[in-house]
Design a protein around this ligand. Sequence first.
Ligand SMILES: C[S@@+](CC[C@H](N)C(=O)[O-])C[C@H]1O[C@@H](n2cnc3c(N)ncnc32)[C@H](O)[C@@H]1O
Length: 240
Amino acid sequence: MTMEPEEKIIVTTDDVLDMLDDLFERRDGQWWDGFYADREKPVPFFRSAPDEPLVSGIASGQLEGGRALDIGCGNGRNTRYLAEHGYEAVGIDISGESIRWAGELCAGCAVQPAFHCCSLQEYGGAPGSFDLIVDSGCFHHIKPHRRQQYLEKIQSLLREDGWYLMTCMDLEAGAAISDYDAYRDFSMHGGMGFSEEKLRRVLSPFFQIEQLGKMQAPSDPDIFGMPFLWAVWMTKRRGQ
Ligand SMILES: C[S@@+](CC[C@H](N)C(=O)[O-])C[C@H]1O[C@@H](n2cnc3c(N)ncnc32)[C@H](O)[C@@H]1O
């Protein structure tokens, strides 16, 4: 009798996706736990400042409250801001360490956001249950073969006329690699940078892009904005 090598066999497309996950360098919850272990590190988003588009959206009345989901919430700086400005806010992250930090920072808050340690893919929110979904710096870590599932999950969680706000790195801040390059060495090189054209191509099958531009860099230190980040406001395409 011949022995089979002790690896999974590939039967379905899901098996192919799992195999690609396995081959990639690990950036799982444990990796991110290490990233968040030293809270004094000079990481720009370790500050307690909310993203500039959210602050503008609240100030202009574009964001009117309701339920908000913050994907890859980190220390919860945006989740907390939304909870303080009329949203029933939920923050999720694959790093238990970041979720612990987010909970501690909200300890004395009048309105408590809910925090869960899980990936977007695992999150069990009801379809159409969010008026606003925020993704600040998570999308550029999603491997190209998982993007479709990621965006479809957001599509399903978003209410019919809800907002999806996503910020991600441009080609100068992020790795200037192609999707194929990521598979040549099975690495996202710390986060993939996007050109405007590529962003439009990967997002528009799933969402209506209402506004796409570089983030403002405010002088106010209590507001977070970096000129090398794209900020994209999206709505669901009708019928999706
Ligand atoms: C660049 S950090 C941004 C953190 C936070 N949004 C902020 O701006 O302060 C990206 C975060 O996404 C989280 N993350 C990565 N992949 C994720 C996934 N599939 N689901 C949920 N969180 C994820 C990481 O653990 C990390 O905290």
